[in-house]
Design a protein around this ligand. Structure first.
Ligand SMILES: N[C@@H](CCC(=O)N[C@@H](CS)C(=O)NCC(=O)O)C(=O)O
Length: 199
């Protein structure tokens, strides 16, 4: 068994949290390495692509890119479908979460009124379309049906941030019109190990 170290910033969200959840659910021996912002400048050039998370797999090397890390953990520990087409569909969902993140991040503005306008347009436009697309990917209760996967964890962490109001001017009830996503979130929350990890 390879020793695993997941490195990410010290907060319960972003691109690293789904991998932490997956490793916890998998019940494997892993190190939760949390980087302080002050230490990041020195660490950044040592990472494969200049970003976190990374996953060090002892004896093999260091992986970067959140979706590659999730795919690796999922394949190793039964949190990814075995069927190649179905697995690729799950990767597509994870990549779509990254596209959503990029669009959301592009709504940041220094001027508060401009930010409000950009966020409201995003919520009514890209976000509403995206959640519609995601809904059609959910077989129910999880993306692949009965089995939880790393893609469900990625969706869960990303959608949770909206519910927590991380993006100001986007209301915390923005997911209300999408019951399949709300149901997936609920089922992830009661999945063994999740509440324990999230605290
Ligand atoms: N495509 C990469 C993006 C990695 C990334 O930009 N991570 C952010 C944290 S979520 C980061 O390292 N930010 C600090 C920096 O870029 O210096 C992935 O999915 O892992």
């Amino acid at each position: 068994m390879h020793k695993l170290t997941l490195t990410y910033f010290d907060f319960p969200g972003g691109r690293g949290e789904a991998s932490r959840l997956a490793l916890h659910i998998a019940g494997v021996d892993w190190t939760d390495n949390r980087v302080k912002r002050d230490d990041w400048t020195a660490l950044k050039p040592t990472t494969p692509f200049g970003g976190l998370p990374t996953l060090e797999v002892q004896g093999q090397g260091v992986l970067s890119q959140s979706n590659a890390i999730l795919s690796y953990i999922g394949r190793q520990y039964g949190l990814m479908p075995f069927d190649p087409f179905e697995a690729a569909r799950h990767v597509a969902v994870m990549n779509a979460v990254e596209e959503l993140r990029a669009q959301a991040n592009a709504t940041g503005r220094k001027d508060e009124e401009k930010k409000r306008a950009a966020r409201e347009a995003f919520a009514a436009g890209y976000f509403a379309r995206w959640t519609g697309h995601l809904t059609r990917q959910i077989r129910g209760p999880f993306i692949g049906g009965d089995e939880l996967s790393v893609a469900d964890l990625k969706v869960y962490v990303a959608m949770h941030s909206y519910r927590e109001g991380v993006y100001d001017h986007i209301p915390a009830n923005v997911l209300d019109p999408f019951p399949a996503i709300a149901s997936l979130m609920q089922d992830v929350e009661v999945y063994p190990g999740v509440a324990e990890w999230r605290g």
